[in-house]
Design a protein around this ligand. Structure first.
Ligand SMILES: [Zn+2]
Length: 203
């Protein structure tokens, strides 16, 4: 379990992992602890993430915490005021300015806690997350359970064939898988695509 350092200086924490690994729950847990300690807390999310609710961060188990939706990372600075702790959820959806914004806040003495997907459904580093992982003082990588075999899941497997980078509606479209089961699924998708192409050329 993550224990907060006792120094009173700014730093960056990243909570990463696959879908269904409990990233938002862990972010909320840390923010609640800070709130109980009477620290000024502000929470941001990208305006793109509109599933469930537009003004609350909602984790999959429906624990909520009020948040501010912003169009771009630079907008965060306009809302920070005297916040001592900043939470950022679904950080992979933000633009490439986010690491610089987090750096600026941490240098000012703000504790910045970021939660986000480290990999997209293709298994590739997602958005600004690799940059954020590089500059963070503290990293927590969470795991889900692979629905196929029960091992630790690191990958977000997209069950539907759709190549758009962002498909919202988590439960129907994705499932957590370990590396092996993820690649088995990808091979089946690949074979399915080849069959579709073969069918079309037979017409
Ligand atoms: Zn597996």
């Amino acid at each position: 379990m993550f224990l907060e350092p006792s120094v009173k200086k700014g730093w960056i924490e990243v909570i990463c992992g696959s879908m269904f690994s409990g990233k938002t729950e862990e972010l909320i847990r840390r923010l609640r602890r800070a709130t109980i300690a009477n620290q000024q807390v502000k929470i941001f999310k990208a305006a793109i993430d509109t599933r469930y609710d537009t003004t609350n961060i909602v984790s999959h188990d429906a624990k909520t915490i009020p948040s501010i939706p912003v169009q771009k990372a630079a907008d965060i600075l306009a809302y920070v005021d005297d916040a001592e702790v900043i939470g950022i959820d679904e950080a992979q959806f933000f633009d490439e300015q986010l690491p610089m914004i987090c750096e600026t806040l941490a240098v000012r003495g703000v504790r910045v806690i970021i939660a986000g997907l480290d990999m997209d459904f293709l298994g590739k580093p997602f958005g600004a997350m690799p940059h954020l992982l590089a500059i963070a003082e503290y990293i927590t990588k969470l795991h889900a359970i692979c629905v196929q075999c029960g091992q630790l899941a690191t990958h977000s497997y997209r069950k539907v064939l759709n190549t758009d980078k962002v498909v919202l509606g988590a439960k129907e479209a994705y499932e957590p898988r370990c590396r092996i089961c993820y690649h088995e699924g990808e091979n089946i998708h690949h074979q399915h695509n080849e069959m579709l192409i073969a069918d079309m050329s037979n017409d």
